[in-house]
Write a protein that binds this ligand. Structure first.
Ligand SMILES: C[S@@+](CC[C@H](N)C(=O)[O-])C[C@H]1O[C@@H](n2cnc3c(N)ncnc32)[C@H](O)[C@@H]1O
Length: 494
């Protein structure tokens, strides 16, 4: 099984050393030295495309070739690694943050397998987000590969790196005689080439740690029923973070930090009518409703029917009743008859106080992501759809209302270029300051002015992925930089 891993002392390479090495080759080598996993594997044409973005003329003129190349190499490296903390959003509409923190601590302590694990358990409030708790991830840890191996799909692998156990549907290959109680190493199939039911796999994989089988091979692959439940319980994960499966489901919700920032930037108030145009699975929808104290109306639209139930389940679990969910294509959400008043979509123009367009996007900011087989055509296919959605968003927003546009990707075309286009296409829109603004400013390259860039919020993990010493850098400071790649723009309709 091909695998390049495991823990090296990442602090051995300092920023100063990186700076001192001016050739591109050395930058690549040093960034790679800091990594447990290889850089994200993309199709060559996609890597080249991203490189033209991160080494664009405006940026090169501002920071120089070496710094731009360094940032780009770090981006490719940090994308394949998980952020160094876990972020949970607390249901502060149901209980005070401190009470939720305390209850979470009690629950997680029960799950610890040793007193030292209990002592190292930290749950910290975020200094600027009143509903966020942060938990440091312990990793990479020095774990040893075993001879017996299970291979899981990339999506399952991502979840394991963020603290989950291995759910049986994610298992692709296992030893012929694997039985309950076997101790086994877990690998992620990086290129989607492992066939379900295989006995072994020779393709590219990444080692995720060790666990104990909770099912035997035949229960996983030979059952007539769709297989469910934990297949391998992770006992020695490479990156250790609590598994939140079933833990205080109404009080804590796993959510990436930038996604929580979106809700606050939108700033919904009790009694307002809010539209969430691309809502599933409903993390931001529920946050908006919670921020409104469940008073008012949050309309959640989602085009894919089988994702609708997730939004409803999440709303129900979090005790939120002001959310109305519809399966609908949001590009068609503006009614052609403005006098027509119906409860559901399409809606007359100017129906909403605030609109969230958390757009479908190329998702290139997601972490950890060790490999993507997407073509350049697929990566570039989102800009037109996002613009159609934007047209509908502007029409549905009341005058004086707020529109927030967000993506979880790193391209200019889906982020700063969309802002430049929108400001040109809709003279009624002006960019607004964001609160909180804990990410970086917008990226150069789309012709926006420095003032405009300062109003944008881009979470750029490559700017801070230095593997800072966890003992000296407080967690909330690290957490604000070591996020998924994300983008937020806030507009006012005049
Ligand atoms: C980035 S995800 C949204 C995540 C969600 N806001 C959250 O925080 O949980 C984008 C969603 O938009 C949906 N979508 C894509 N095109 C759409 C359209 N034309 N109308 C409505 N939803 C759409 C996708 O199916 C996907 O579920």
């Amino acid at each position: 099984m091909s695998s390049k891993r495991v823990s090296r002392d990442r602090s051995a390479v300092t920023y100063a050393e990186l700076e001192a090495n001016s050739t591109v080759h050395n930058v690549e080598v040093l960034v790679d030295e800091m990594s447990v996993f290889p850089q994200i594997s993309l199709r060559p044409e996609v890597t080249e495309h991203l490189k033209t973005i991160f080494l664009n003329k405006e940026l090169l003129a501002a920071v120089g070739h070496h710094e731009a190349e360094h940032r780009f190499q770090k981006l490719l490296a940090c994308l394949s690694h998980p952020p160094s903390y876990t972020c949970v959003r607390a249901s502060t509409h149901l209980a005070p943050l401190e009470e939720i923190r305390h209850r979470l601590e009690e629950e997680l302590k029960k799950m610890c397998s040793s007193p030292s694990e209990e002592v190292s358990l930290q749950i910290l409030p975020h200094p600027r987000l009143p509903d966020v708790l942060l938990l440091p991830v312990d990793g990479p840890r020095p774990v040893k590969q075993l001879s017996s191996e299970v291979v899981v799909g990339a999506q399952c692998g991502t979840a394991v790196l963020r603290g989950a156990h291995v759910f049986a549907p994610g298992i692709l290959a296992s030893p012929k005689y694997m039985k309950v109680g076997d101790v086994i190493s877990v690998f992620s199939d990086l290129e989607g080439k492992c066939t379900r039911g295989s006995l072994s796999f020779q393709g590219k994989t990444a080692y995720l740690g060790n666990g104990v089988a909770e099912m035997d091979r035949s229960s996983i692959f030979c059952s007539d029923e769709p297989v469910r439940g934990v297949g391998v319980r992770m006992t020695e994960p490479l990156y250790q973070s609590p598994s939140f499966d079933g833990v205080l489901p109404n009080l804590v919700f796993l959510q990436n930090l930038p996604s929580v920032v979106v809700g606050h930037v939108l700033g919904p108030r009790p009694g307002e009518r809010i539209l969430d145009m691309c809502a599933a699975p409903g993390g931001k929808t529920c946050h908006i409703a919670a921020l409104m104290g469940d008073q008012g109306e949050v309309v959640a639209l989602e085009r894919i029917r089988n994702k609708i139930d997730r939004i409803r389940q999440n709303a129900q679990t979090l005790n939120l009743s002001c959310i109305k969910t519809y399966c609908f294509n949001s590009t068609k959400a503006v009614s052609s008859d403005p006098t027509q008043e119906t409860e559901g979509p399409p809606f007359p123009p100017e129906s909403f106080d605030r609109v969230l367009l958390d757009a479908p996007c190329s998702g290139l900011g997601q972490r950890p992501n060790m490999a993507s087989t997407w073509s350049l055509k697929e990566i570039c296919s989102y800009q037109p759809l996002q613009r159609k959605l934007f047209h509908a968003a502007v029409r549905l927003l009341k005058k004086g209302g707020v529109l927030v546009y967000s993506t979880c990707t790193v391209t200019l075309a889906e982020n700063e270029e969309q802002v430049a286009w929108a400001l040109d296409a809709f003279p009624c829109l002006t960019l607004q300051p964001q609160e909180p603004h804990i990410g970086a400013e917008g990226m150069l390259g789309a012709g926006l002015s420095p003032e405009q860039l300062r109003l944008l919020q881009r979470f750029s993990p490559e700017l801070s992925w230095e593997q800072t010493d966890p003992t000296t850098t407080p967690l909330p400071c690290r957490a604000d930089g070591d996020t998924i790649g994300f983008f937020i723009a806030k507009f006012l309709k005049n």
